[in-house]
Write a protein that binds this ligand. Structure first.
Ligand SMILES: NC(=O)c1ccc[n+]([C@@H]2O[C@H](COP(=O)([O-])OP(=O)(O)OC[C@H]3O[C@@H](n4cnc5c(N)ncnc54)[C@H](OP(=O)(O)O)[C@@H]3O)[C@@H](O)[C@H]2O)c1
Length: 302
């Protein structure tokens, strides 16, 4: 299904967020595509794209119009939003896309921590997404692609920004051995190039390929050394998992996730070939942490 200008119409869930927003911008930069940005509140976000249409994954009746005439759909679900059932939302979206005649479905998944760790770590926002892969595969789209978002660099200036520590320093206290290189990271704005590349090259990336975005692979000490070489004075303290898990709502899940990173790495296995292939499909090398940090983590003047 193409528009009269022969563009592929792509409907993007999460268009107001990190991942979907990145996908919208990358598709807009490529004349092969026309974008339909989807949000629960289209009136608030008219500027997002030429077409802004309502879609609520918790209201299946909104999805036929959201996907109508679309060649492709990008789906991300937001585990962290209260009340979200990722399996239910994604199943609803997959079925609605299939019913609407969508040809290419791109799902933002994560590794199956339960399988990788033999059940040792319980990280529902990873494993829950991985369990949706089978549903995407089995419904029988002409093309389907799995993208894997990394640990966002943006977390370090957002949800995981450095905090004032008991000794007065600014830094992180985490249940993690800072010497272990285990975090596959990236600038989440660059996920868009991989997704746009997959929609542009379904012959290469549309048969269930896994495309991780990885700009760097680091230990926490390497992260802090990079930042401190740029003029910061961040500290790191390793704290017991049980102590961290009691600190704030959702901390237990984060503690499990960090334990999994340390034991198995973020992606859970050697992924060099997949990363290289994702970069090829994106047509670019992702930004490394040092370059990103210089532009995005301003040094506070004393
Ligand atoms: N932070 C990380 O390092 C990291 C790494 C890998 C994966 N992730 C995953 O990323 C996901 C979140 O993605 P993000 O960071 O791109 O999101 P985000 O910036 O937090 O924004 C959430 C998006 O989800 C949309 N949304 C939420 N509930 C919806 C619903 N019922 N129907 C339709 N749209 C809905 C929102 O759209 P509207 O409000 O406009 O409707 C918004 O665009 C989480 O599941 C998380 O596990 C995070």
């Amino acid at each position: 299904m193409k528009t009269k200008n022969n563009e592929k119409l792509i409907a993007v869930i999460g268009a107001t967020g990190h991942q979907g927003g990145a996908v919208v911008r990358a598709l807009q930069a490529n004349s092969q595509f026309k974008v339909r940005a989807l949000t629960r509140n289209p009136d608030k976000h008219r500027e997002l794209a030429e077409e802004v249409v309502q879609a609520d994954l918790d209201r299946p009746e909104t999805l036929p119009a959201a996907f109508e005439g679309a060649h492709g759909v990008f789906l991300v679900t937001n585990f962290w939003e209260a009340g979200t059932d990722e399996l239910k939302q994604a199943t609803t979206a997959v079925r609605a896309a299939k019913a609407a005649g969508v040809k290419h479905f791109v799902w933002s998944t994560l590794p199956n921590v339960e399988a990788i760790s033999g059940g040792r770590f319980d990280v529902p926002h990873f494993t829950g997404k991985a369990k949706i892969d089978r549903i995407v595969k089995e419904v029988g789209f002409a093309y389907h692609t799995f993208v894997i978002a990394p640990f966002f660099y943006q977390n370090l200036v957002g949800v995981m920004a450095p905090q004032k520590q008991a000794d007065g320093s600014l830094g992180w206290a985490l249940p993690l051995d800072p010497n272990v290189r285990c975090i596959h990271m990236g600038d989440i704005r660059e996920l868009g190039s991989i997704v746009a590349g997959a929609f542009a090259h379904p012959d290469q990336a549309g048969k269930g390929e896994y495309l991780p975005l990885v700009g760097d692979f680091m230990s926490f000490n390497e992260i802090i050394d990079t930042l401190n070489r740029q003029g910061h004075k961040f500290s790191f303290k390793q704290v017991p998992k049980e102590v961290f898990a009691a600190l704030f709502p959702g901390a237990a899940e984060i503690a499990e996730m960090i334990g999994y990173f340390q034991a198995h790495t973020y992606l859970g296995s050697e992924s060099g070939d997949r990363i290289a292939f994702a970069n090829k499909i994106a047509g670019r090398q992702p930004t490394d942490f040092s370059t990103w940090a210089r532009l995005n983590v301003p040094v506070q003047k004393p």
